[in-house]
Design a protein. Structure first.
Length: 88
């Protein structure tokens, strides 16, 4: 019984850390994977570098994106931060 009373604060602390730190990170990672799987031609995205690009072609590990009317570059899917939502 005495051992249980000594371990109880550590067990509670581990539980709190799970619900505050680990679980939200897992949810965010799943949401990003789902977002990258749903990417299609014509979507506006924001890269990790801060560029707003339009998806030109979707490949297995890479995306061809339009930076402007003349420039098309190939980036990895990991370089996408989030989908761009027009505030207008």
């Amino acid at each position: 019984m005495e051992l249980l009373s000594q371990l109880l604060p550590f067990i509670v602390l581990i539980g709190i850390m799970y619900f505050i730190i680990i679980r939200p990170q897992q949810k965010e990672a799943k949401a990003k994977i789902a977002m990258l799987a749903a990417v299609k031609k014509g979507d506006k995205m924001i890269t990790n570098g801060g560029f707003i690009v339009v998806i030109h072609k979707v490949e297995e590990h890479f995306l061809s994106v339009k930076m402007n009317d003349d420039v098309i570059v190939k980036i990895t899917k990991d370089a996408i931060a989030r989908k761009y939502e027009d505030e207008a």
